[in-house]
Design a binder for this molecule. Sequence first.
Ligand SMILES: C[S@@+](CC[C@H](N)C(=O)[O-])C[C@H]1O[C@@H](n2cnc3c(N)ncnc32)[C@H](O)[C@@H]1O
Length: 228
Amino acid sequence: MNDANIDFYRRIGADKLRQIAALQGLESAPEIPLLMPYLENSSLVVEIGAGYGRIVKALRDNGYQGKIIAQERCPELSQVLRESCQDKAEIFEADIKRELYPRKPDVFLWMWSGILEFTPQEQQEVLIQLYKHLQPNGILVVEIPREIRYVGKPVDERKIVVEADWGRLEAYLPSEEELIDYARKAGFAHKETIHYQTTTGLKRSMYIFGKSFCPEQEKGHKSENVVA
Ligand SMILES: C[S@@+](CC[C@H](N)C(=O)[O-])C[C@H]1O[C@@H](n2cnc3c(N)ncnc32)[C@H](O)[C@@H]1O
């Protein structure tokens, strides 16, 4: 599913993506001030799927001084990031399913529904890789909606389709139980959930998962609970 979604982003362009962020009340990044206390001791943040740079800019505007890696797989959006965020972050053009930034970060940020664009199996697999790659005391932040409005139509309780002039995007919204379960199977401890509302009143949540070091999981996830 994630591979099939790439054309949606190759064709959308930064302006349209910015308009959708505005429609959802995310353009001014209201979630970032709430996250800043969790970033205090971090020196390296990797943002997964950095889009047009909304989060990178908000991190700098809110005073984050560590290194930021803006990971983005879409060549067109990576170019936008190079043009607009080069002074704020290192741009790492790579697919999160296939390549991780060589240095282990203190924080992975997976914002604005990024995880939804993966099947449940892909969601589990990526969380396992992120766990293995984080610094021992690192955190993973996963941001998801608690309601679907403005963008996308629910096909059933969990599946969402976005049909637009420039393409189609399929998404799967994990329930809170599923998300926490993926994280636990990967080795994470669920530290906290931050519920918040966007500037247009959408209800959304950020899940903070902490890496609680477990040598078994570092070796290769032999636990029978883990989806390979
Ligand atoms: C909804 S946008 C979020 C953009 C940004 N994180 C924000 O909060 O404003 C999702 C982004 O994830 C990127 N993306 C999707 N799948 C990816 C993957 N496998 N690896 C890296 N980036 C990916 C898309 O190209 C898109 O830019």
